[in-house]
Design a binder for this molecule. Sequence first.
Ligand code: CA
Length: 417
Amino acid sequence: MSRFIVPKQAKSWISIPSDSDFPIQNLPFGTASMPNLVDGLIVPIGDKALHLVTLQEFGLLDQDVMLETFLDLDAVSLSKLRRRLFDLLEESNPELRDNKKARTKSLIDLKDVAPQVPIPPTSFVDFYSGVYHASNVGKMFRPDQPPLLPNYKWIPIGYNGRASSVFSSATPITRPKGQTKGPNDEAPTFGPTQEMDFELEMGFYLSHGQEPGKRITCSAAEEHILGLVIVNDWSARDVQRWEYQPLGPFLAKSFATTVSPWLVTLDALEPFRIEGMEQDPAVLPHLRHHGKPHFDIELEVWIQTQRMSKPQLVCSSNMKHLYWSPSQQLAHQTSNGTPVEFGDLYASGTISGPDEGSYGSMLELTWRGQKPVTMVESGETRTFLEDGDKVTMRAFGQGDGFRIGFGDCTGTIVASR
Ligand code: CA
């Protein structure tokens, strides 16, 4: 499919702060509730947001598409819609700019918007494609073996997660209870996790699926992707350690996953495409692809405890540290003929970089609790997250004079109930 890239010099008639996540080059999509308007799709632009149903009511958008949800939209129609929105917002276009009634009604303050999960997912798959994360976990838990298991460079490792606990940004995260066990022969106990962690991940949503028995190839995969989001795959490490063998993660992961509010389209991310890291050994033919299937997207994690007035940066990473691309993940998922459908959510796995400051979980940042992180402002230390701690993840492609951002993906830990 052809991609619509907004020229980097393009400007909107709306004034946009230079550090905004949402310049006219971005135009991501979300669903939200807001005062005096029906719930529906909105598009942030600078400190404002466009309410698409209202634009439609004023005859400024295609009337055939339902814009309360993403249901009527695939990657192609979303791209067309985004192109039309660009036209309406471009500085020389008077259609919306000079239509005071339409402009006043459709353009709302972003701060008044309560974003929801872009699409409540029908299913959720979590991969393990961050090669530095996988290596770090291997070094910690299997110190006498090679860091990566023998299958790692042949298949994108993943598991089917739980869709019912995918939450919108800012949803409080209740500290889960679970079974944990000490290192000796004592019996396990049940109680609040003592090793509450985040996982810095990126994810993608499917626009349309595939029927049973067929597969989506690597070269067709991106046509099925509506857009990318940040994913925080909250984890209870002590629960995970006791339960994960032999079938993998279960309750240590299924209590909560937070996604960022805006679906950032692959069109907007075109300027940040990269080949990605070399895959050696060469992967099997059904997982091979050409071109630039990876993205150079900066990732950050910030923590603010209750005693701090502002958050502290604890991790700077990049989406380029994925060993397996989104296309390969989808091709692998469907390679056995499993059906997939609109709204399926796929998360990448924790994206750590090669250096200590780029690790995407507390497990790695503190190296299993051995090196606590110091909060400079308050003097507190953290091995894992405590009640009241707020975690904010950010992601952005840094262009020449503009930034394609994802908005904040936040969650605050609250005490077990
Ligand atoms: Ca994960």
